[in-house]
Design a protein around this ligand. Structure first.
Ligand SMILES: Cc1ncc(COP(=O)(O)O)c(C=O)c1O
Length: 388
């Protein structure tokens, strides 16, 4: 057999998605892979049922249906204050996942470098490697996940660095970057002439008093920021694979071409149905935040009552539990055993960190009350079952 590609030779299967398979094997409550177990808004589903008979069912314009892009531009303007031209500054993609891949491919050459904060959402490293570029990591330091601006500058000024990725709010650590932190990153990007690629899929999932600052809306950042975002989390439609990138016309033109060759386009009927969601009033986003605050209070509050040590998320829907006290030196094995004997699925923290961190595991809490209560009930005797 001919040799397989060296670019993909270091890839393992996604630890997150592997944990879902482990949960299924042991019948564990799956709090590993981040997707809700509740329904999307009924208005979107109602429109989907109409679209089933009305169409469209054929390819949309490769960069996204006109009405979808227009609704998106209006929503982005409403929340960020940015005026975005739906005709030249947006491309609709198959999830934020494709937006990120196409963006990195559009700006990086083989041999370039991309700065990634660690812990990080696992796709960023793989996307960079698939482009032939090299990821370099800057630690976000537990427990509050701040970064050292000197360490960041040292990374950003390395020869060959083309972009820095900012996941805000952050998966897995739940950090919401402050305006001041984003200004530091933005100023360094200007100083060393780099792109900032943001992943803002959790922009509406925030816990008071934290608020979302849009990097692209900061002074002088519009032309060097590529926003990657999606409808997956905001409208509980992770399976619909609807995402988008927003950038300057010159950059979007290149991302559109890359996207065209990667996937041709996002699903036309789903764009049509989801357009309803993009036009929701403010009350939808207020209710979403209230719902997530309720789930966080239930689950994270439950962890607190059970005496666990954890990092309190500022945004997104994940919590990192500290497992140091149970005496394991391998968090992957810990998570497998947890699924088998306690019956709850988590993701080993080491899959998110570049540094040798293996005392944290990640749970997500975008689940119905009964699912979260079932997980907490099972975790009541975690210490007895898991202590070595
Ligand atoms: C930070 C982050 N970015 C992107 C994604 C994937 O988004 P999409 O469904 O839009 O591809 C996830 C999913 O968990 C995520 O946590």
């Amino acid at each position: 057999m001919p040799a397989l590609s060296y670019r993909t030779s270091t890839f393992t299967d996604s630890v997150i998605r592997r944990m879902t398979r482990v949960c299924n094997q042991y019948g564990a409550v799956n709090l590993s892979q981040g997707f809700p177990d509740f329904d999307p808004p009924k208005e979107i589903l109602q429109r989907l049922s109409e679209v089933a008979f009305e169409g469209p069912h054929q390819y949309a314009v490769t960069w996204g249906a006109q009405n979808f892009r227009e609704a998106l531009a209006a929503k982005v303007r409403h929340f960020s204050g940015m005026t975005v031209d739906p005709d030249s500054e947006i491309v609709v993609t198959c999830g934020s996942t494709e937006a990120m891949m196409a963006s990195i491919m559009a700006v990086c050459n083989p041999g370039d470098k991309v700065v990634i904060f660690s812990p990080f959402y696992e796709n960023y490293g793989a996307d960079t490697i698939l482009t032939g570029a090299e990821p370099i990591y800057v630690p976000l330091l537990p427990p509050d996940f701040c970064f050292d601006a000197n360490v960041l500058e040292k990374a950003m000024k390395q020869p060959g660095v083309k972009a820095v990725i900012v996941c805000n709010p952050s998966n897995p650590c739940g950090k919401v970057f402050t305006r001041e932190e984003l200004m530091i990153i933005g100023d360094l990007a200007k100083k060393y002439d780099l792109f900032v690629i943001t992943d803002e899929v959790y922009e509406h999932i925030l816990y008071k008093p934290h608020t979302h600052t849009y990097m692209a809306a900061l002074p002088g950042m519009r032309e060097r920021t590529i926003v990657c975002n999606s409808l997956s989390k905001t409208y509980s439609i992770t399976g619909w694979r609807l995402g988008y990138a927003i950038a300057s016309p010159e950059v979007i033109d290149r991302i559109r071409k890359t996207h065209d060759f990667l996937t041709v386009g996002a699903a036309a009927p789903l764009m049509e149905a989801a357009t309803v969601g993009l036009r929701f009033p403010d009350s939808y986003y207020e209710d979403l935040q209230a719902h997530y605050t309720h789930m966080k209070d239930l689950f994270v509050g439950g962890l607190k009552d059970l005496g666990f040590t954890y990092t309190d998320p500022q945004g997104a829907y994940y919590v990192l539990l500290d497992i140091s006290e149970y005496g394991w030196d391998n968090d992957v094995k810990f998570c497998e055993k947890l699924a088998e004997t306690v019956g709850v699925g988590a993701v080993p923290g080491s899959s998110f960190f570049r540094e040798p961190v293996n005392h944290l595991i990640r749970f997500h809490f975008a689940k119905q009350d009964e699912t979260l209560r079932a997980a907490l009930d099972r975790m009541a005797d975690l210490s007895a079952k898991m202590k070595k």
